[in-house]
Design a protein around this ligand. Structure first.
Ligand code: NI
Length: 141
């Protein structure tokens, strides 16, 4: 039987900040739907640490690679598929959407070292007929 982990205690600290800066921050928070500064600051800290995991530590993370391509482009679909077979150990799932007569959207979810995900994504984006691509990383901090 699994034991439930007790919620971690919150640590409180004071921050000195210029009035004009906190005004801008509060304005930003109200637009984003935050109820208080604490939750916003926690999110910023998590984001910063997640960014460090990707950019500096090259840790194992989840990566979402999405791109649009022209499916009339000769041999492109074969290249995309064989490239994914070559990297099957890093790929968790692939979703394909037919946008219209010409365009397809493919979303590949990967789990591997951040730099490896980036390399795989950039090689796909560089193929002729791939119109736009984006990689985003998600990780637990
Ligand atoms: Ni398609």
């Amino acid at each position: 039987m699994g034991r439930k982990k007790a919620p971690e205690e919150l640590y409180r600290f004071g921050v000195s900040i210029e009035q004009s800066l906190i005004d801008k921050f509060d304005n930003y928070l109200s637009k984003r739907g935050y109820y208080n500064r604490s939750e916003a600051i926690r999110d910023l800290v998590r984001e910063l640490l997640a960014k460090e995991k990707v950019e500096i530590k090259n840790a194992v993370v989840y990566g979402v690679v999405s791109f649009i391509y022209n499916h009339h482009q000769r041999e492109l679909e074969d290249k995309i598929t064989s490239y994914q077979h070559e990297n099957y150990k890093s790929i968790i799932s692939t979703t394909h959407i037919h946008i219209d007569h010409e365009n397809c959207l493919e979303v590949i979810i990967m789990k591997d070292k951040a730099k490896r995900i980036k390399t795989i994504a950039e090689e796909i984006f560089a193929l002729k007929g791939v119109k736009s691509g984006k990689v985003s990383f998600v990780s637990l901090v």
